[in-house]
Design a protein around this ligand. Sequence first.
Ligand SMILES: Cc1ncc(COP(=O)(O)O)c(C=O)c1O
Length: 426
Amino acid sequence: MNQSEAIYEKASRYIPGGVSSTNRLVDPNIVFTRAQGAYIYDADGKRYIDYHAAFGPPVLGHCNPEVNARVAETLARVDLVGIGASELEAQLAEKICQHVPSAEKVAFCNSGSEATYAAVRLARAVTGRRRIIKFQGCYHGWHDAVLMNVISPPDKIGLKDPMSAGMTPEVVDDTLILPFNDIEAVTQAVTEHGPSLAAIILEPIPHNIGCVLPRPEFLRALRDLTTRHGIVLIFDEVITGFRHARGGYQSIVGVTPDLTTMGKAIANGFPLAALAGRADLMDHVRPGGDVMFAGTFNGHPLNVAAALATVEILERPDTYPHLFALGEQMRQGLGELVQEHGIEATVVGFGSVFLMYFMSGPVETYTDLLRNDAQKFVAYRRQLIQRGVYELPVNLKRNHISLAHTVADIEATLDAADQALREVAK
Ligand SMILES: Cc1ncc(COP(=O)(O)O)c(C=O)c1O
């Protein structure tokens, strides 16, 4: 038995399935014990170039020394006081309001799920309405209003596909599921249900099914429709926020939602998330306001310190050009390999996010991805893992490049991809 197996055996004796989050148990079931920069190391000492990146947070790379130093320095003087206003939170909120177009005020919590929960509750409160629209393929966390229709099987398309037992049916009923990039479907739903619609929530780029780019006119039409019908538009930028730009994808596409949720990359691996938006909406969550927003660990000083250090690094002029250039190098290299090997595949991505679907394009909505050869997708990634490149071996999962990755890392990855594709083509 190797070290990975020994650790997993002990973990599974005491933790259901051995892991604390559903998607963490995969085959091969490797236990990682160290992370540094662009690399993760398993319990038996093998090094991998990491693109899984814990589903997205370490945009600067693992254990960034400046972030860790700021956290250590903060920890030397405060752990959690948890009463009154906080200087660190004020500094971070100011930065978010400077960078994110929709952010006039910000409230901090610990996870993306908490942020989207609060966003939906706030939208229901300010509109006095109960229904929301979400899109097939988008993931917004584990709570009942949104936990449905992400990677659905073909027979569930167009139907409700709740992802857990124990969800409250009335809450599930209040969520309408529509196809992404389909403005006609949204227009029809708004015409039919407008007076009961509190919010439309979406990932502006649905990265939970890899990378499906929005048609810019789709986002603009959502903005127009929601404004006209008094519906709150929520951009869930938990992945895209701070990864693609300091101002999130909204700053790139030029469409400003009413509310924005952020998490993941904002604190480079420390558990911080945020709900931001129009001041008149956000003011409902003030103490004494009509919308409850609370949490013992909200705005924890260590996580806020990590976020401040992260955002300061992201403010440097070279950061996004580096991330985007490496993304481009990777996509171009993979595209050439696909051609050389004569494999039916489509390389997609945006900025530091990339992946390869094993199907021909175009990819504009979830149903297009039903053509993806999931077996090949996973087999290719298992081949990469054997060669020291870690891309999560789960269908449709995206990959993330960090500031710590180098041109040499991308070249090494493309070498491994060349060999992996040769195996898959056999
Ligand atoms: C777009 C999006 N929103 C919300 C969430 C939920 O965030 P968390 O896992 O921090 O609760 C995720 C998590 O992957 C996400 O990708």
